[in-house]
Ligand binder design. Sequence first.
Ligand code: NCD
Length: 307
Amino acid sequence: IHLVETADLNKKEIEFILDEAKKFINFNKKRVKKSNLLEGRTVFNLFFEDSTRTRTSFEVAAKRLGADLINVAVKDSSINKGETLLDTMTTINSMNPDVLIVRHPEEGISKRISMNVDACVINAGDGSHEHPTQALLDALTIKKKFKKFENLKIAICGDILHSRVARSNIEILSTLGSNINVIGPKTLIPKDIKKKRVKIFYNMKEGLKECDIVMMLRIQKERIVGSHTPNEKEYFKKFGLDYKKLYYANKKAFVMHPGPMNRGVEIDSRLADDITRSLIQEQVTMGVAIRMACLEILINNRDSYVN
Ligand code: NCD
């Protein structure tokens, strides 16, 4: 009854979430976007890190399903008065919420919270660890375009080491049967990726070969400690995706990026805006549908346990 780690989901469960989300794609194109599926339910957004897409799309998703969503301004909360995070969570839990959506810089914090509250917890990003709904929305975007996952080759490029998006995507997409090429500078690739369907490359030309999708990631400057961040110009030359490097991939390869983009660092601005190649805006649209599905499934599931 929580969504905190992608490894908790098997193939069937992932496919079920994607199928549920599919129903909401057309719903979200209607003129009036309001359903009463989650009427009277209470959802809290608790974001201890910056966010544009994830926070607002959870809010849109909850409201379109008729739930009441409360955005907690954590920057103004009693955390500043010395209250621990778990105390804040148990306080909110005492208001009988149905779902807590949590983003926080500490790895594993969503899991810890989930063990201390009655509400369903959705991990909206815990440090460099996981971001399950991002990987699910990426999978939905891919499914819509390719109708399958088997025999697809997907490149995930850039700062893999600090990326929760990469970690969750590797798990979900390999579970669904795709092959993954991880590409980036040695310093930004973790040493411990040893998964059946994953191959590691340190240059774009080799790594992009025969890829159907090229997923670009931002350098997570805020998480790089100790060693210095790469020089942006040099980085773009070696690892930034432009039309020239995209040419190494399959002829009809599509470009993805979870956002926020740093134009001219990991991705060429013109390519990012090229709707014949880029799925970046489609990812955002799929994000709302996925989050509606996750909220609905978690709450229905919990209803069958709790009376
Ligand atoms: C990402 C995140 O916050 O993990 N963005 C997102 O949720 N769409 C990626 C990033 O910050 O680079």
